[in-house]
Design a protein around this ligand. Structure first.
Ligand code: 3HC
Length: 305
């Protein structure tokens, strides 16, 4: 039996490509008012421009009506810099979609836990970081992991992992921390379904199922390039034409972001201690150079901005 998600207002933290995509499907498909916050105002403005473009494209293609598009757009409210994260205090669920950095996420979740109602769900769109570690950071000062306040606080933290581009990719991966309650899992699942997604579940292991499989694949492709096994174009063409992948692995790495790929690979490598996850040196150097892929204009390919 499906459980009502009970989300009357959603908070989205981070207006990058993932946060914006989550805002888009929540406002358009789940029809939920969204409060969007990012500490960079220009990121929010660029994100909203992209949302307008996507809505207009869907109207042009007859997928949605102009009325549905304007209703979706009106459901999105930007939280001003003067309010900051406090502007999210009345929402029923937050989805955090900031960069892959454990201490940043822990500090955000500590703040959210202190500000939001105890019944609000705190979800992370992390690609690989332990949800259990994030949940543990929400335990209020003066409480412990074993007392009622500590258990309650951590029990509402969950992993809700969307895929890029969020409006297109059908999957959401649901990850339970050791502390997550069944009610939190059921409501988060129900919300993802309302966003038009199918849901798989993964245990809280580094990279979960998706990136524990995808990242070694991408890393092997980069190592093939590094070793000179084949050219960039032939590596990508092999996977596109030989295996029917929509993008070759190097193009996909650029699309995800090379900094994000490296951060996930480091989490896998450190979290498992298994040398098979060691990031390729070429990937590390490209990130050192600021070549982050599509978003920075250069990665394995060039992207005129
Ligand atoms: N945002 C929203 N919609 C987009 C989009 C974007 N950034 N990029 C493309 N689309 C839409 C297009 O508008 C188009 O919609 P339409 O059917 O209504 O016209 C549709 O996607 C197809 O786009 P195109 O015809 O322009 O291009 P393609 O057919 O080449 O498809 C693609 C583009 C959907 C991105 C396809 O190449 C693809 O599926 N690539 C693989 C993506 C993938 O593997 N994503 C997962 C990455 S891993 C991840 O996110 C997890 C993280 O933890 C790392």
């Amino acid at each position: 039996m499906s459980v009502a998600h009970g989300i009357r207002t959603l908070g989205v933290l981070g207006a990058g490509q993932m946060g914006l995509g989550i805002t888009y499907v929540s406002a358009l498909h789940a029809r939920v008012p969204v409060l969007l916050y990012d500490r960079s105002s220009s990121q929010v403005q660029n994100g909203l421009k992209l949302m307008d473009k996507l809505l207009a494209k869907d109207v042009g293609k007859g997928k949605i009506t102009a009325e549905q598009a304007s209703e979706a757009r009106e459901r999105v409210t930007v939280v001003g810099q003067e309010k900051g994260m406090q502007g999210l205090r009345d929402v029923d669920m937050v989805v955090e979609a900031v960069s892959e950095n454990l201490s940043l996420k822990q500090s955000i979740f500590r703040n959210l836990s202190a500000e939001l109602s105890p019944s609000a769900i705190l979800a992370s769109n992390t690609s690989s970081i332990s949800i259990t570690k994030i949940a543990a950071s929400t335990i209020p000062e003066g409480s412990s992991a074993a007392d009622e306040a500590g258990k309650k606080s951590a029990s509402r933290v969950v992993g809700l992992h969307f895929f890029n581009p969020v409006p297109v990719m059908k999957l959401v991966e649901l990850i339970s921390a050791l502390q997550t309650s069944q009610e939190t899992l059921d409501r988060a699942r129900s919300f993802a379904i309302a966003c038009g997604k199918e849901v798989t579940t993964s245990q809280d292991v580094p990279g979960f199922v998706s990136n524990a499989l995808l990242m070694p694949f991408i890393n092997e492709a980069i190592m093939c390039l590094e070793k000179g096994t084949a050219t960039r174009d032939d590596i990508d063409k092999t996977l596109k034409l030989g295996m029917n992948h929509p993008m070759g692995p190097l193009q996909l790495a650029d699309f995800i972001g090379l900094d994000t790929c490296l951060a996930i690979q480091q989490t896998l490598y450190v979290g498992t201690g298994d040398s098979k996850y060691r990031p390729s040196i070429l990937l590390e150097r490209m990130v050192d150079a600021g070549w982050y892929g599509k978003k920075s204009g250069k990665g394995f390919y060039e992207y005129p901005q």
